[in-house]
Design a protein around this ligand. Structure first.
Ligand SMILES: Nc1ncnc2c1ncn2[C@@H]1O[C@H](COP(=O)(O)OP(=O)(O)OP(=O)(O)O)[C@@H](O)[C@H]1O
Length: 127
């Protein structure tokens, strides 16, 4: 198989992983809703180039970690359907990784978006 064909197949498999996670994981749909709204807010509030880099990095991090968490859950379920303390460690740590990234992304979002939003509100009120 030539390299180009192999690369296209890898992308197709990866894309099917994204689609399956969107279908099966409600949290992924929540992340995607934010991933759609946040760039609109960035455009409206005219955030800087560096703020765009941070915002896009946060979106990529949260979505990537949700995909990794889904992979951990599927692997654990494949290994055991019985209760096992190690299974709990793996699943809880995977979920915690997403939670921490989402929490810090939310804080970063507030730091970036609140000042220009406040400025817009002040302009409306006092101009
Ligand atoms: N085999 C297991 N052994 C021990 N604890 C488990 C096991 N499976 C799940 N758990 C516990 O139940 C929690 C929920 O697991 P579950 O597989 O339902 O994933 P989830 O958190 O509902 O993920 P999602 O909602 O994203 O699918 C885990 O975080 C873990 O604490």
């Amino acid at each position: 198989m030539n390299e180009w064909l192999r690369f296209r197949k890898s992308v197709a498999y990866a894309w099917s992983g994204v689609i399956r996670t969107i279908r099966t994981e409600p949290n992924m749909r929540i992340h995607l809703a934010f991933a759609g709204l946040v760039p609109l807010a960035g455009w409206w509030l005219q955030i800087s180039r560096y703020e765009w880099l941070i915002v896009l990095g946060c979106i990529a991090l949260v979505i990537s970690l949700e995909l990794v968490n889904t992979a951990i859950e599927a692997t654990v379920d494949l290994l055991t359907t019985e209760y096992h303390p190690k299974a709990k460690v793996a699943k809880d740590a995977g979920a915690a990784a997403v939670l921490i990234a989402a929490l810090f992304s939310a804080i970063i979002g507030l730091v970036i978006f609140v000042p220009p939003l406040w400025q817009k509100i002040a302009n409306w009120l006092f101009s």
